[in-house]
Write a protein that binds this ligand. Structure first.
Ligand code: GLC
Ligand code: CA
Length: 558
């Protein structure tokens, strides 16, 4: 594998609205991030992806951009952004911005002009169609519910939006649109960004025709996943984007790519792929249902293990996945993947080590390093997120009681990850001196940074050790480039793998169960191994046998 500057890095995602508020308006901002750069440095972070801070009416929390060249005033100014990039650089941290170009906001100038004249120049920046024989062009369901077609007020035109109606899709078939996007990207990259995280990118290529697909719910509509499986030719756009933007800047790029088609992995994330890396979402989509959240099944530790290993196998020899246990669209990883009885500090460290040491680029989502947990929402009024609102409606339509519906929402809501960062046990968890835009998780008195800093055995200190381990020169080569070789795959409750490098191997072995378990790994000699990390004081090995205590994880060389 050709070496790249970003391979050995550790990345961190900031959800700016909920990270740190510098001026007491209850909303996190760029100055707030700036104040925490030393914190990120202390943790050992090299790359920081910041979710959108561009000018936006915030229908989908900034993923609806009204002007790509402006910073939204709630977050600060362009000067703040320039300073942030500069201050981060001084600390050896690269800033990665969110690139949201499948769609823009319906308040973007392009869309306004387009609506005024759908057949004019700007009309071609989007998808405008009329009904035929009283029918919409097709029955596709937007990700946030309802038809993808929305009427243009006072006209007989409809425009396409695969996400919210305030997020009209940009027409990538129009070369002018692509040029303007690349210009904008280069303008940002010239400011010294380390790169971009590319939002929802698989949606930019639609099937050749707007046609109906077999409905998969009673609404008569069809899921976008099915529709996109029918689209081909996205590579032409992505190759062009890479050559005109990322390549000349040697920028890092990570794609939000769900279900790349079989055999396409190298195209997306290989040495000469469209992107540096793509996120591994296999475990996040495991158990999901076309019926919506209420039909979903929570993955078990066995599912989790299988998903991780499948992804590791398929990517071997191709490139590096970006590994996560959560992000701003997912529930908190510790609340989702750990069985109820394992949701304690020991279990959180177990999950941390198991995912973090997989081959790939590890991403930590803000608060994950403290073991922040899901929120409990009692009523839909407490939830801000538009997709949760929609899924609540889906639950109600399916006949669930309010209580049952709220259980579903509490489990999957994107707001679980969007509650403010828990800096301390002080009011509002130290996030703001004002009223936070979204309620703080009431567990902030127990789970917060200030407290964990004082405890050598905290989840936070464990994350620091993991990051440190990955950067230790003796192990770095193996932890970054070494093959992943799963062991004891059939052993229920156990997830274990070797990372195999040049003349070195590192074993990561964890027990998801509560009971101690004796495992045997042929060829191991536990007395000769060097323990690099564990979440338990004792590592009880003897010959080729090891007793893993309930929820114990060990990392050893040997
Ligand atoms: C991506 C983002 C998500 C957003 C959507 C539409 O999936 O991660 O937060 O709602 O794209 O931009
Ligand atoms: Ca603020």
């Amino acid at each position: 594998m050709r070496k790249e500057w970003w391979h050995g890095k550790v990345a961190y995602q900031i959800y700016p609205k909920s990270f740190s508020d510098s001026n007491g308006d209850g909303i996190g901002d760029l100055k707030g991030i700036m104040e925490k750069l030393d914190y990120l440095k202390e943790l050992g972070i090299d790359l920081v992806w910041i979710s959108p801070v561009y000018l936006s009416p915030c229908a989908d929390q900034g993923y609806d951009i009204a002007d790509y060249y402006k910073i939204d005033p709630v977050f600060g100014t362009m000067e703040d952004m320039d300073r942030l990039i500069e201050e981060a650089k001084k600390r050896g941290i690269g800033i990665v911005m969110d690139l949201v170009v499948n769609h823009c906001s319906d308040e973007h100038e392009w869309f306004r002009k387009a609506c005024a004249d759908p057949e004019g120049e700007y009309g071609k920046y989007f998808y405008f169609e009329k009904k035929k024989d009283g029918e919409l062009p097709c029955n596709w369901r937007s990700y946030f519910g309802g038809s993808v077609w929305e009427p243009v007020p006072n006209s007989d035109w409809y425009y396409l939006h695969v996400f919210h109606k305030k997020q009209p899709d940009l027409n990538w078939e129009n070369p002018m649109v692509r040029e303007r996007i690349y210009d904008m990207m280069n303008w940002w990259l010239d400011k010294g960004l380390a790169g971009f995280r590319i939002d929802a990118i698989i949606n930019i290529k639609k099937p050749d025709q707007f046609r109906n697909y077999p409905p998969d719910r009673e609404d008569g509509l069809c899921d976008m996943g099915t529709v996109l499986a029918d689209a081909s030719g996205i590579g032409e756009f992505l190759r062009e984007m890479r050559d005109k933007t990322f390549r000349p800047h040697k920028a890092f790029s990570v794609g939000e790519v769900f279900n790349a088609k079989d055999g396409e992995l190298a195209d997306f994330a290989g040495e000469d792929g469209y992107f540096s890396s793509i996120f591994d979402f296999r475990q996040t989509v495991e158990g999901k249902s076309v019926d919506g959240w209420y039909g979903a099944r929570t993955p078990t530790p066995e599912d989790y293990k299988r998903c991780c290993f499948e992804s590791q196998r398929e990517m071997e020899g191709i490139g590096l996945y970006s590994n996560i246990i959560e992000n701003h669209d997912e529930p908190r990883g510790v609340s989702y993947y750990l069985p109820q009885e394992a949701r304690n500090d020991k279990g959180k460290k177990l999950l941390a080590a198991l995912y973090f040491l997989l081959k790939g680029l590890p991403f930590i989502y803000q608060g994950q390093e403290l073991g922040m947990e899901n929120m409990v929402f009692d009523s839909i009024e407490q939830v801000d997120d538009i997709s949760s609102q929609e899924e609540y409606q889906v639950c109600m339509n399916a006949g669930l009681s309010k209580k049952e519906a709220m259980d579903v929402i509490s489990r999957y809501s994107r707001d679980n990850a969007r509650t403010p960062f828990q800096w301390s046990g002080e009011e509002n968890a130290g996030f703001t001196s004002g009223k936070p835009w979204l309620n703080v998780n009431p567990n902030y008195k127990e789970i917060n940074l200030k407290r964990q800093r004082k405890e050598p055995d905290s989840v936070f200190e464990f994350y620091k050790k993991l990051i440190c381990l990955r950067k230790t020169s003796t192990y770095q080569e193996t932890l970054v480039y070494g093959r992943t070789e799963p062991v004891l795959e059939e052993e229920p409750g156990i997830m274990a793998y070797f990372r195999v490098g040049q003349g070195q191997r590192i074993l990561v072995a964890g027990n998801f169960g509560q009971e101690a378990k004796r495992i045997r790994i042929a060829g191991m000699d536990w007395e000769k191994c060097q323990v690099l990390l564990s979440n338990d004081k004792v590592v009880d090995g003897n010959g080729d046998k090891l007793v893993l205590q309930g929820l114990q994880v060990v990392v050893v060389e040997g």
